[in-house]
Design a protein around this ligand. Structure first.
Ligand code: GLU
Length: 504
């Protein structure tokens, strides 16, 4: 195998990779890994390689591969090479294993599972510090190996950990020097007895072939890293730079997972719940990376500029989720970041995104892209201030697009039913509005105040009642702007029909 050692020398190409195992949907932890690698590649003018690690034939699925590709695309994370499929390179993995055996750096091990289990149990019973493989087959002669093979005994291939004093290690760009004594590392399996190379080996062989310069992955992979460093050395390659990211835990310090947290760990959930892709990226980056300032909202360009491996956190990141609280259906910081993007993204882009939501709900009118485009965008701009997700436009904001919308319980009781006279006051207001030639914030406000005066009630009573009836909501944008947006005909029609809202 041709080996080109990767490098961390400034000026040389940065090549990073995202190598998901396609055994489920794109998890937000996986997405975070992808984003950090993407940022690093973009920052250094490097390449991001997408490699699907599909060697687990039983658990890998087509649907999962598609889900991962769709998820990355939706997030706006483009890759430069791939997708490569790990299974396509099986011959490379086998050849590397053979090379290690041929050069005496790995050996066949014929110990049966039962023997290994019994030895381990005994070592544990004897309270031995080292309960790992005892190296029985490491010392087999060539003749013994041949005899066992002839007898058809199944064998795994084990890596022969160099018999050296001292420690092997690497300089983690996040965690500093990580080391382990050679003596503490057991001869580990690199090929199963059925001939399948193990992930540990395949992953290294692929990273060498793909000339990966930096491996940025979760701390959960650290148990492999030391052994992989040994494999690099044995294969004659320089190890890449490693940077291990913290785990993401919930408030109870559990790793976030589908089993404990359900759909909120999947990228798809956020797509379906009306999140903006970059808002999710922004949030995920902050989950594990610290800008060193209070800034929380970063454009793509800002983040590419600010990102460094050294600022990846060492301590576990916390995903603040409070199950059962609808306001906290996911981490509130993510909701707040999404709301900030909803407010700041240019209104034309918001218009396109909301269009999809309206279409899905059957609320879209072709006019919104034509004659009424200005109305459409002005209205979205007016209502977006209070919204958290794109879904809010068709739920909380439904009254702007259709005559059928629910009236929330709280404003109904507080602002409508508390004054039964509104049953006639609101239709009276409708008549005053109907008589206006010019239907503006100014004229409607004047008409409202005149009626309030004539009735000797506070204008606020009429205004709150109007908001309730016209939008179904307790709060919202300035009421007279709302009237203008809804338009005279709609306002008059809705105010005239309030009767049935009141009890007989
Ligand atoms: N396929 C591994 C995973 O999905 C990636 C391992 C790595 O980054 O080296 O966890």
């Amino acid at each position: 195998m041709a080996i080109t050692p990767p490098t961390d020398v400034p000026g040389e190409t940065v090549r990073v990779r995202f190598p998901p195992s396609p055994t489920g949907y794109l998890h937000i932890g996986g997405a975070r890994t992808a984003i950090l690698n993407w940022l690093y590649a973009r920052k250094h003018g490097g390449k991001l390689v997408l490699r699907i690690e599909d060697t687990d034939a039983e658990r890998s699925t087509e649907a999962s591969i598609q889900g991962i590709l769709d998820g990355l695309t939706w997030l706006g994370l483009d890759w430069d090479e791939g997708p490569y499929f790990q299974t396509a390179f099986k011959a490379d993995h086998e050849r590397a294993a053979q090379q290690l055996v041929d050069s005496g750096k790995a050996y066949k091990c014929f110990c049966t599972k039962e023997t290994l289990a019994a030895k381990r149990a005994q070592a544990m019973a004897d309270k031995k510090a080292d309960v790992g493989y005892d190296g029985t087959c490491r010392h087999l002669s060539a003749a013994e190996v041949e005899a066992y093979e002839k007898a058809g005994l199944p064998a795994v291939i084990r890596f022969k950990v160099p018999d050296r004093d001292g420690k092997v290690g690497y300089d983690d760009r996040v965690l500093g020097r990580i080391e382990r004594a050679y003596a503490e590392i057991e001869d580990f399996v690199i090929v199963r007895s059925n001939g399948e190379p193990l992930y540990l080996l395949s992953n290294v062989v692929d990273d060498i072939r793909d000339r990966i310069s930096h491996v940025i992955r979760g701390q959960d992979h650290m148990t492999n890293t030391i052994r992989q460093v040994l494999l690099y050395e044995a294969l004659g390659a320089r190890p890449p730079v490693f940077a291990h990211m913290p785990l993401t835990l919930d408030l109870k310090k559990r790793k976030i997972s589908k089993r404990h947290h359900g759909e909120i760990v999947s990228v798809q959930f956020y797509r379906e719940r009306g999140f903006l892709p970059w808002a999710l990226c922004n949030f995920l980056v902050l989950l594990g990376w610290n800008p060193g300032t209070n800034q929380e909202i970063f454009s793509r360009e800002e983040l590419i500029e600010a990102f460094t491996l050294e600022r990846i956190g060492r301590a576990n990141a916390v995903f603040n989720h409070r199950p059962g609280d609808p306001k906290f259906f996911t981490d509130p910081k993510l909701i707040a970041i999404n709301a900030a993007y909803l407010r700041s993204t240019d209104i034309g882009t918001i218009g396109d995104l909301v269009r999809r939501e309206l279409e899905a709900e059957g609320l879209w009118h072709a006019d919104y892209a034509g004659l009424r485009r200005e109305w459409y965008l002005t209205t979205l701009d007016m209502i977006r201030d209070r919204f958290h997700t794109l879904k809010d436009f068709t739920t909380l904001g439904r009254a702007y697009f259709d005559d059928t919308y629910p009236i929330e319980e709280k404003p109904l009781r507080k602002h409508l039913l508390s004054h039964p006279e509104l049953k006639t006051w609101l239709p009276a207001l409708a008549e005053r509005f109907s008589a206006l030639d010019d239907f503006t914030a100014g004229t409607t406000e004047a008409a409202t105040r005149e009626l309030a005066e004539a009735l000797a009630v506070k204008a606020g009573i009429l205004i709150n009642a109007m908001r309730t009836v016209l939008t179904g909501q307790l709060a919202g944008p300035g009421m007279f702007d709302v009237l203008v947006s809804l338009g005279k005909a709609t306002v008059v029609r809705r105010l005239r029909r309030v009767g049935p809202l009141f009890p007989e």
